[in-house]
Design a protein around this ligand. Structure first.
Ligand SMILES: O=C(O)C[C@H]1C=CC(=O)O1
Length: 96
């Protein structure tokens, strides 16, 4: 199952710089582990914002929830999830 996910990060301005650096480093390692596992096939920065657009490929909404809620930045994010279904006009034999 594919899910479109938008994450907006809102780190507190008074967050200790060492805590911030550690959290961001753990987030990067965690996200790269999920990308390598094929669970997080798209990760795009929204230009000009501390936000991303992602696509997750998971077995269920419960799995997605578990993965998202384990993000080190999860306490500092607003997350919007959109389930994706197959479009009836999608060409399946196109050369891309
Ligand atoms: O920077 C972000 O968009 C938040 C988050 C998503 C992946 C990652 O490494 O950090």
């Amino acid at each position: 199952m594919l899910f479109h996910v938008r994450m907006d990060v809102h780190l507190p301005h008074d967050l200790d710089p060492d805590v911030r650096a550690d959290t961001v480093a753990r987030e990067k390692a965690y996200s790269q582990r999920l990308q390598r596992a094929g669970k997080w096939p798209h990760l795009w920065r929204i230009a000009g914002e501390y936000s991303n657009i992602s696509v997750f490929d998971v077995d269920s909404a419960d799995e997605l929830h578990d993965l998202l809620s384990a993000l080190p930045l999860f306490p500092h994010m607003t997350i919007k999830v959109t389930p994706l279904a197959t479009h009836p006009s999608k060409v399946t034999d196109a050369l891309v």
